[in-house]
Every structure is written in C-alpha cells, then in structure tokens.
Design a protein around this ligand. Structure first.
Ligand code: AMP
Length: 134
C-alpha cells in the first residue's frame, strides 16, 4: 500500500481512537474527571466500586490505559494483566471475602455482556455465587 495512504489512514485511526478515549467513562474515572469510589490506584491500574453492585462486594479493576476489551490485548500487556489479578487478590483480602471465595468475570463484546468498552475485571463476592454462568 502507498505510504501516504498508510499515513493518512493511521492519522484517521489515531483521531478516532483519541475521541473514543475522551468519551470513555472509565478513562475519566482514572483521570478523576468523573466520580467513583476508588479503592486502589497506581501507575498501571485503578480499582473502584461498581455503581450497580450485583453482590455485597462488587469492584471493578481496570488498566489505566484504554484497552477496549480482551480482543484488543497485546503480548506486551501480559505484565499488566498479571498485575490486575494481583490487585484483585489484594482487594479481595482487604474486603475480607478471600476466605469465603469470590468470582472474577471479564465480559467481552456484546455477546459476552460487555457494556463499557474499557477492559475491566469484575470482582464479586460477599455471598454464595449461583450457577449456571451463561
Ligand atoms: P460490563 O457489562 O462487563 O461492561 O460491566 C460494566 C460495569 O460498569 C457494570 O457493572 C456497571 O454497573 C459499571 N459501571 C458503569 N458506569 C460506571 C461508573 N461510572 N462507575 C462505576 N461503575 C460503573
């Protein structure tokens, strides 16, 4: 493909992506431009309470950088994803649900039930979980 066309397409892609990030509610929470009950934040991840909890404990753990879903995950994100799980474990202990147990869910895409398109782990606990999942 012609280099100038590639450059043009890339600049359109970058513009569209930055618009998406600007309007993303979870990006706004990371930047403290939108309110949330933040339980933990470092340079890679943020954890906050879900506004519509489905159990006594319902916390979302997100990467600070905008990743739309698991489908957009790169090999370079392996450490970040590992860190998200370590923080989930840490918060489960903090919330005192670690002994009883808890559930981690990552909804992906419309069929997966994803409604906010910024990758997140749901950490859910404080009650006995029911089956089936689907
Ligand atoms: P999902 O359906 O997996 O995309 O989950 C999105 C979750 O984000 C839902 O459980 C919502 O209740 C939650 N949510 C949406 N907006 C906010 C917000 N501003 N603060 C906290 N949680 C939110």
């Amino acid at each position: 493909m012609d280099r100038s066309l590639l450059g043009y397409l890339y600049s359109r892609y970058s513009m569209a992506k930055s618009k998406l990030v600007d309007s993303c509610i979870f990006c706004k929470i990371v930047k403290k431009e939108a309110g949330a009950t933040i339980l933990y934040q470092d340079d890679q991840v943020t954890a906050f309470r879900d506004t519509h909890p489905v159990a006594p404990t319902h916390i979302l753990i997100i990467p600070n950088k905008h990743i739309e879903s698991l489908n957009e995950l790169l090999d370079d994100d392996k450490t970040l994803i590992g860190h998200m799980f370590v923080i989930a474990r840490q918060i489960a202990t903090q919330e005192e649900i670690h002994e009883g147990g808890y559930r981690i869910i990552v909804n992906t895409g419309p069929d997966g039930g994803q409604t906010v398109f910024h990758l997140h782990l749901h950490l859910i606990g404080g009650q006995r979980m029911r089956h089936p999942l689907g």
